[in-house]
Design a protein around this ligand. Sequence first.
Ligand SMILES: C[S@@+](CC[C@H](N)C(=O)[O-])C[C@H]1O[C@@H](n2cnc3c(N)ncnc32)[C@H](O)[C@@H]1O
Length: 222
Amino acid sequence: METELRDYPLTSTIIKLKTGRVQLTLIKEPDWFLEQLSREDNEGKLYLPYWTYLWESSIALARHVEQLSTHLKNTDVLEIGCGFGLTGIVACRIGARVVFTDIERDALHFAYHNAEQNGVNQHADFVQMDWNTPCFNRKFRYILAADVIYEEHHWEPILMLLQNCLAPNGVALFSEPNRNNAVGFFKRLKTNGFTYQKSTDPVTLDKQTSQVSIYTIRRAKA
Ligand SMILES: C[S@@+](CC[C@H](N)C(=O)[O-])C[C@H]1O[C@@H](n2cnc3c(N)ncnc32)[C@H](O)[C@@H]1O
């Protein structure tokens, strides 16, 4: 794990939460790496490796998750698009067993390292997974997703993943910084048999404050 982290200039930050501090190792110059690691897919579509940033949505979701300790204790949790792993680390800390997933192997290396330095890697698995081709044939009581619906072509595979991997009485917690282009995802949630409640949390990151929405998503009752 550590070898891959050494490929990057590193910095660290502390996220202060009600349940304690989370120390995160991050990439020092994410803008430069975003350019370096961007590539075109088979259809000529530009792919940008957004995992190189810590997003305010993960802070808002971590704050939300830490309030759910009675629900998450001893519960199987899947995190998709985990990036540096903040949200899943907080879920582990309150007693959940978390499977961290991301399409990017290096993101998982950072998530593992961050889980380890916060003493929770024993309660976790780290799986490289593209949500277009989920590799689980089991269901999770909770699914966590911070800032993953920013492109429309993500929506359908993520909806399928919710259909297939969320337990019948399960809860998916999504966070999202109120991007205009995300509205359509929540409309599609409703037409795909889900219902949701929304709350908002202001998050300050890099001296900028933004409103992040948290969505608590369940299957609609028949
Ligand atoms: C905007 S970042 C959010 C990262 C982290 N959740 C946070 O909020 O800081 C989106 C994340 O989704 C991951 N991702 C993008 N496409 C993916 C896919 N097809 N399958 C799984 N993960 C994907 C990226 O690698 C990245 O870590």
